[in-house]
Design a protein around this ligand. Structure first.
Ligand code: CXF
Ligand code: ZN
Length: 364
């Protein structure tokens, strides 16, 4: 079939909208007609120079849409089902067997783990990579796997749900699945983009006693306060650790770094209360090494850890997030700005500048 897709052919970060030929779905796969796709910072990083993602490629990994066709052996979803597309996993490794597919041993989201899929997309007969995060959803149609699509309730506005497949589940899942925050505990979030704001909303759902938002943009902090942050700190060039320690009288139980800036990450470790946990949820391709303050960790039993995709088991967690959204407890629509698909370059620009928190590309 013919589809329309945003093709990234070089490292300029700017795509061209092209008509491609798509074949599939193959066995175990699902063809989805995309309603809307969120733009995640990982798309921006993957489009630009230094990324390991092979080109030409179609990016996009926060798709939501309607199942159009299923491949042989697929029983989880059927044509007509509304689905959120998310990361893939093998289903057989120790993590997947333990219902922790975000830590799958065998899935590479950036370089194809479905060799045949490299040829699902063709531009005038030339292959275009088409399974970024097992979806490549900057397109009118995308192919996921049975494990990477999640059926959602049909009374939810599908166009808003794509970001649940990455950014929202990453931030909210860190708090709900991995920190398992309890009433009375405290959280400081470094960076108030989609990840940070989702973590803040999740902390409120958890009954957190105090939530502190830190960002370089005042408009994001205003939104953070509206979504549940008790305190906001506008980051400049000065370290903010003393401000956090003053506010909390000695440190926070949990810190979440969403910036992957080494100086900021160090502060996220520094402001931990005894027995506190600092988590990193993103990272640069060539991440600079981070000095680890061993005495600070040892003395207070503090923990530093990574969290991938919010430690989510998508089949369980995404429908739960949809319920929170529909109950008004996770108003992710407050984060999003709609763009026509053709305006993807503008969406990338606005996201990069921090003007837009979560662009949603509407497929029309
Ligand atoms: C990313 C987060 C940073 C590490 C690679 C995977 N996930 C989605 O955007
Ligand atoms: Zn992402």
């Amino acid at each position: 079939m013919k589809i329309k897709a945003a093709v990234f052919r070089d490292d300029s970060g700017v795509p061209s909208i092209e008509e491609l030929d798509l074949t599939g779905p193959g066995p175990g796969e699902v063809l989805v007609r995309i309603t809307a796709t969120g733009v995640c910072h990982t798309d921006l990083k993957s489009a630009g120079a230094g990324s390991p993602v092979p080109k030409p490629t179609v990016l996009g990994h926060e798709g939501a849409g309607i199942v159009e066709e299923v491949g042989a052996g697929v029983s989880k979803v059927a044509p007509g089902d509304p689905v959120v597309m998310t990361f893939d996993s093998c289903g057989a490794c120790p993590s997947c067997r333990d219902a922790q597919p975000s830590y799958c041993h065998n899935t590479n989201h950036f370089v194809s783990s479905r060799p045949q899929s490299e040829y699902y997309l063709k531009a005038d007969g030339e292959p275009v990579h088409g399974d970024f995060f097992s979806q490549s959803s900057f397109a009118t149609h995308a192919i996921g796997t049975e494990r990477s699509v999640v059926k959602v309730r049909d009374d939810a506005p599908l166009e808003q749900l794509g970001p649940l497949g990455c950014g929202v589940q990453t931030g909210a899942g860190a708090v709900l699945n991995e920190f398992k925050m309890k009433p009375g505990q405290t959280l400081a979030v470094f960076g108030s983009g989609t990840l940070g704001l989702s973590a803040i909303m999740a902390a409120r759902i958890s009954g957190a006693a105090r939530v502190i938002a830190i960002d370089r943009h005042a408009h994001r902090l205003e939104l953070a306060a509206e979504l549940g942050a008790d305190d906001t700190i506008l980051a400049g060039n000065e370290p903010i650790d003393e401000q956090v320690l003053d506010l909390t009288g000695g440190g926070v139980d949990f810190t979440l770094d969403t910036t992957s800036v080494p100086e900021v990450m160090s502060q996220a470790i520094q402001v931990l209360a005894p027995r506190g946990t600092c988590a990193f949820v993103t990272g640069a391709w060539d991440g600079s090494p981070l000095p680890v303050p061993i005495r600070h960790l040892v003395g207070g039993g503090r923990i530093i850890r990574g969290i991938g995709e919010g430690g989510s088991n998508p089949d369980v967690f995404i429908p739960r997030l949809v319920d929170f959204f529909m109950d008004g407890r996770l108003p992710i629509d407050r984060l999003s700005t709609k763009y026509a698909f053709e305006d993807i370059a503008q969406a990338f620009h606005d996201s990069h500048e921090g003007d837009t928190i979560k662009p949603l590309l509407m497929m029309g």
